[in-house]
Write a protein that binds this ligand. Structure first.
Ligand code: FDP
Length: 335
């Protein structure tokens, strides 16, 4: 039984005993949780240490500044490298795949991560976070080509994120539902505070950067227009809009009280396929959302079924409450 306030280690040991979670995955996840706790401290102290600026710049004392994105990336690499089963790391911050093994074995892990998501919020002291995804390879892979890490999201065995907000939370799925932990000051432990997180099927709340309206395609405009029309429109009910410009914070809200999050492909980002990254943003969040009873779609396809063509690939993202995602998918089918 999962007990409220149990530590992250107790939770992982529960999964190890009852759900067959591998011992090495337990250690890896503990290390990732430690990395998140450390990054959270760096974020909190960023202004004192001159780390809110751009990497490569100097602060007023003429000292070198190290951007928090770079610090967070280093923490993820350092902690994930502890696990001898990790074959490769794929980070938003690094162009190439970081291979940790020359020869892999079936059952090795690949870790994909966005070490600091929503970082444009750092300067204004709003929530940011880290996102990660773990895939287990079925067969040895060729480490001489980065194409070997192009594995569909449906192969993920674990995904999670941490939000550095008023408190630091860690939300995780190992394929048996979604559980949320809060970092406790003093003990330094992540403790289970949001057991079995579930997204309500229906919602009246949506999240989108509406300043891009003129760039959107017809299905997204049609959905947005019907939301704005409220009780007088085809939905016959009022809606509410939220946009924090930090995917981790927006998805965390949706996991907590429902809603739908959209970052569609539009005229401004069509050349790159969208804004958000498939392998370390859309896939892990899509896995978590599905495990919480929601849906994750590109508008025309389930996100976890997208065949990756590049490890920094971007995709359109629509995820959250099931009924709402189905409604937006239907607008795409119609068009
Ligand atoms: P950011 O560029 O600040 O890292 O990952 C991309 C992301 O943030 C998401 O976290 C966020 O939802 C989105 O971009 C914000 O985009 P807009 O600036 O267009 O609002």
């Amino acid at each position: 039984m999962l007990e409220t306030n149990m530590t992250f280690r107790q939770f992982l040991l529960h999964d190890y005993r009852h759900e067959g979670l591998e011992k090495d995955l337990v250690f890896l996840l503990e290390d990732i949780a430690t990395a998140c706790a450390i990054i959270s401290n760096h974020v909190r102290d960023g202004a004192f240490k001159g780390n809110l600026g751009v990497a490569g710049s100097t602060n007023v004392q003429g000292e070198d500044q190290k951007q928090l994105d770079v610090i967070a990336d280093e923490e993820f690499i350092r902690h994930c490298s502890n696990c001898s089963r990790v074959a490769a790391l794929v980070s938003e911050e690094v162009d190439e795949v970081h291979w940790l093994k020359k020869e892999t074995k079936a059952g090795d892990y690949i870790v994909y991560f966005d070490p600091l998501d929503g970082s444009s919020n750092l300067d204004v002291n709003l929530s940011v976070g880290s996102i990660f995804s773990i895939v287990q390879i079925a067969e040895p892979i060729d480490t001489s080509t980065d194409a070997s890490v192009l594995i569909k999201g449906s192969e993920q065995i674990c995904a999670g994120y941490s939000v550095y907000g008023p408190s630091t939370s860690l939300v995780i799925t190992t394929g048996h539902g979604v559980n949320g932990f809060t970092h406790q000051q003093g003990t330094g432990e992540f403790r289970l505070t949001f057991k079995d997180m579930t997204i309500p099927e229906t919602t009246k709340e949506f999240a989108i950067n509406a300043s891009r309206y003129r760039l959107w395609e017809e299905p997204i405009r049609a959905y947005f227009d019907e939301c704005l029309a409220g009780v007088e429109g085809p939905r016959a009910s009022n809606t509410n809009m939220r946009w924090t410009a930090s995917m981790v914070a927006d998805i965390h809200r949706i996991l907590t009280r429902g809603g739908v999050f959209l970052y569609p492909q539009d005229e401004g980002n069509r050349a790159t396929g969208g804004k958000l990254r498939l392998m370390y943003e859309a896939n892990p969040m899509g896995f978590i959302v599905e495990q919480a009873g929601g849906s994750a779609s590109t508008g025309t396809q389930r996100i976890l079924d997208v065949t990756p063509t590049s490890h920094h690939q971007r995709v359109p993202v629509i995820m959250g409450s099931k009924d709402e995602v189905a409604r937006i998918d239907a607008f795409h089918t119609k068009s």
